[in-house]
Write a protein that binds this ligand. Structure first.
Ligand code: ADP
Ligand code: ADP
Length: 232
């Protein structure tokens, strides 16, 4: 089954002469239990697609369904609730709170949404991401790769329906990237999560189950079981 989908998705920025059609009629399905990568050149609409899927941006036309909900028809209030309780986010710039420990950063979404921590799930995620001995550290005491793994654990702590990762390895060296990507892949294969990742890095995309290619706001191709060679 699918965890998220778009039909006839159009997003235009600006008006009249200056209007930019960032998405030009995208039909797409994201499968449950898969790591899907969205690739394409700079300006092709990758971030816009992810933001529309995640309810961070309002489509100009078309339908977006996430976890059975019509995101376009939800009130801001319910959308915020959906994002906080059923979606997870990982960004290029880790976006951790510097004054909080790794553990406090990971559990922060639950504090904000007034959710209850599932301790067994927290332990599973922390062990899978390899952060057991770093939980008391603050972000400045962690490497970039470790900080991004904290951000990944934070994205997973509420056991979301889908995790959206926007260039998660954009600020990392290749070794740290491998650790983050390996974890995102294992979060799907071993923990049963669903992940949508935007990247322009073929190595990152090779970790995905499926790669979608965007160009000029349109879906122009798709690849199953990619490898570094086939993605290039
Ligand atoms: P990508 O993530 O593939 O680099 P984006 O989705 O960021 O592409 O951008 C797609 C197009 O939409 C680009 O032409 C970009 O300049 C334009 N765009 C994106 N966000 C905005 C915005 N907030 N205002 C105006 N134009 C935007
Ligand atoms: P492990 O395979 O020991 O669980 P890894 O973190 O190295 O740990 O990899 C997790 C998953 O990511 C692997 O099972 C594989 O599917 C995928 N993977 C690992 N390395 C690569 C790579 N270089 N390119 C593409 N996918 C990879």
């Amino acid at each position: 089954g699918q965890i998220a989908s778009a039909r006839g998705l159009v997003k235009t920025y600006g008006k009249g002469e200056a209007a930019v059609r960032a998405l030009d009629g995208v039909d797409v399905d994201f499968a449950r239990g898969e790591l899907t990568a969205i690739m394409g050149p700079s300006g092709s609409g990758k971030s816009t697609l992810m933001h529309c899927m995640a309810g961070l941006d309002t489509p100009t036309a078309g339908t977006v369904m996430v976890d059975g909900e019509d995101v376009g028809r939800m009130s801001q209030r319910r959308l915020t609730r959906l994002r906080r309780t059923r979606l997870g986010f990982v960004f290029q710039a880790f976006n951790l709170i510097p004054t909080l420990t790794a553990e406090e950063n990971i559990t922060l979404p639950l504090d904000i949404a007034r959710g209850t921590l599932d301790r067994a799930w927290f332990d599973t995620v922390v062990d899978a991401v390899g952060l057991r001995d770093r939980l008391d550290h603050r972000p400045t005491e962690l490497s970039g790769g470790q900080q991004q793994r904290v951000a990944c654990a934070r994205a997973l702590v509420s056991r979301p329906a889908v995790v959206f990762a926007d260039e998660p390895t954009g600020n990392l060296d290749s070794r740290s990237s491998g650790e983050v990507l390996g974890f995102l892949r294992r979060s799907v294969d071993e923990l049963g999560q669903s992940v949508v990742m935007v990247t322009h890095d073929p190595t990152a995309a090779s970790y995905a189950h499926r790669v979608l290619f965007l160009a000029d706001g349109r879906l122009v191709g798709e690849l199953e079981q990619p490898t570094t060679e086939t993605v290039l």
